[in-house]
Design a protein around this ligand. Structure first.
Ligand code: XMP
Length: 512
């Protein structure tokens, strides 16, 4: 990682903060989101090329409004304040912030001074997203106005000499036309970044750092077959080779052939020290007769930890425990609240009873798509790198009601047919999650001249970006028809297939 190319993003609690970090990285400049109250010493230590203040819901005159460290504007480091960030810059440097009668919200024509380095290459009138009530009524001494809207006299300001800039609009969102160019201008014209941060340099630097840090010591990694833990494992393996041991707990609730595929990739392709624990019977025993989804999750989580612990004990003390934590899991909001973390969603959590001295999280600073790029860079097969999300408790929450081996087998076959046909139709890239569910419903059918009384399979497919909300996917009828006919013909004990046409909310993606 090129330390001299760091952009620090001070988080004042705005909803687009991660987006700002992404936009900066898309310009090949490494960025980090840090709490708004980061100390001057810490900033100096990090030695950023520039600082961005995010927006936020507070008003600078509010009692508990978040403020930055004193002296931040005297460091000689360029600062770009966005929305609340601009207001805070104004307030701190002696200008005036006022409250408007009405909130200005939406894409708005902003007239800018295109002789400013921040707006180099722009037309004079631009559509940017405004979203604010407070506004800068008087810019601080030494600043000049470089933008306005019909309702906001100071939509942009600069003190070019001190390299301090403020914008009331949000350049990071797509609604702001050419918004990224404003960020680029800040990075390249004002901060003097060179933009040479790339995933390949991240990979190279990480391997080097991990080598130095771990040396000849031993590391242990829980491998799930998911993208994050896979990429973390391969990265570690490149750094320390056989001193890394991976434990893959196969709970028997994975999709058809998945356990073997994981073993194949990590053992054969990468020659990683992999211990696969076939623990299906243990899990099924514990799950026998259990119908409540949350109980299933709990049992699987606990059993997973137990199995992992038993295996880890056989290895003895290790120096490092590898975790596949990624950036969105660790970003703390500047207002002290942590961002969305799906705590119940990860099997196992942190096995704190394993004997290790330190945790290593090599992907801690990467966004999901950067983790995928890292995976490709490391040579991990595409089907694993672009794997759709798969819940930790696996098929246990896709067999509705109690789980048996027979039911799991039925579901695995049906699910595999569905996935195969989606891939054949080239829909696997546009549908974000798709799978089969074995409902607990049996119904009457007729096959040949025989009456049947068998299971109903439900197909689920959703399009979503964040998995928090989503719409059901409008899969063409011909494909649904083919899937349905293949499932009833090829999978024993299924005589009916239905398609789930509910979005989230009100339904969730998984059925349990
Ligand atoms: P829901 O069903 O809540 O799912 O709409 C949202 C996303 O989370 C995944 N999911 C889980 N992942 N453990 C996980 O690791 C779980 O217990 C779990 N439950 C849901 C789900 O597959 C979807 O991507």
């Amino acid at each position: 990682m090129k330390e001299n190319e760091l952009i620090l993003i001070l988080d004042f609690g705005g909803q687009y903060n991660q987006l700002i970090a992404r936009r900066v990285r898309e310009c090949n400049v490494y960025s980090e989101v840090v709490p708004y109250n980061i100390s001057i010493e810490k900033i100096k230590e990090k030695n950023p090329k520039g600082i961005i203040f995010t927006g936020g819901p507070a008003s600078v005159y509010g009692e508990d409004s978040p403020k930055c460290a004193d002296g931040i504007f005297d460091l000689g480091i360029p600062v770009l304040g966005i929305c609340y960030g601009m207001q805070l810059m104004t307030y701190t440097l002696g200008g005036n912030v006022s409250r408007a009668n009405t909130r200005e919200y939406g894409t708005t024509k902003v007239n800018i001074d295109n002789t400013s380095s921040l707006f180099q290459g722009f037309e004079r009138a631009n559509d940017f997203l405004m979203s604010h009530t407070d506004f800068v009524s008087e810019v601080p001494n030494g600043f000049k106005n470089i933008g306005s809207t019909d309702h906001c006299p100071n939509a942009a300001m600069e003190n070019a000499e001190k390299k301090l800039y403020g914008i009331q609009f949000h350049p990071e969102v797509n609604l702001s036309v050419n918004g990224t160019q404003v960020i680029k201008n800040f990075l390249f014209n004002i901060c003097g970044c060179s933009g040479d941060w790339q995933i390949s340099s991240f990979v190279e630097d990480s391997i080097k750092t991990l080598k130095e840090k771990i040396g000849d010591k031993k590391a242990l990694c829980a491998l799930s077959g998911g993208v994050d833990s896979s990429v973390a494992a391969v990265l570690l393996h490149k750094a320390i080779g056989k001193n890394l041991t991976c434990i893959f707990v196969d709970h028997g609730l994975l999709r058809k052939n998945e356990g073997d595929e994981v073993e194949e990739v990590f053992k054969k392709q990468f020659d990683i020290n992999l211990i696969r624990v076939n623990a299906k019977d243990r899990f099924l025993e514990k799950l026998a007769g259990v119908t409540d989804p949350e109980r299933k999750r709990k049992i699987i989580g606990e059993e997973f930890i137990r199995v992992f612990e038993e295996e880890a004990k056989k290895i003895g003390t290790v120096d490092f425990l590898v975790q596949g934590t990624i950036y969105p899991d660790v970003i703390e909001s500047g207002l002290g609240k942590s961002s969305v973390i799906k705590s119940h969603h990860n099997v196992g959590g942190l096995p704190d009873y394993v004997d290790f001295k330190e945790i290593v999280e090599p992907l801690r600073n990467l966004f999901k798509d950067e983790v995928r790029k890292t995976g490709l860079e490391l040579g991990i097969p595409e089907n694993l790198v672009f794997r759709q999300p798969f819940p930790g408790p696996g098929l246990a929450i896709r067999v509705i009601g109690d789980i048996t081996e027979d039911k799991l087998d039925i579901l695995k076959e049906a699910d595999s047919i569905f996935r195969e046909e989606i891939a054949n139709a080239g829909l696997h890239k546009s549908i974000n999650q798709y799978f089969a569910v074995l409902t607990n419903l049996k119904s009457v059918g007729v096959m040949g001249d025989e009456r049947t009384y068998d299971y109903t399979i439900a197909l689920r497919a959703v399009e979503t970006t964040d998995f928090m909300t989503g719409v059901w996917s409008k899969i063409p009828y011909e494909i649904l028809e083919k899937v349905s006919s293949r499932i009833v013909n090829e999978v024993k004990h299924v005589n009916r297939v239905v398609y789930d046409i509910t979005s989230k909310p009100p339904a969730t993606i998984e059925w349990e």
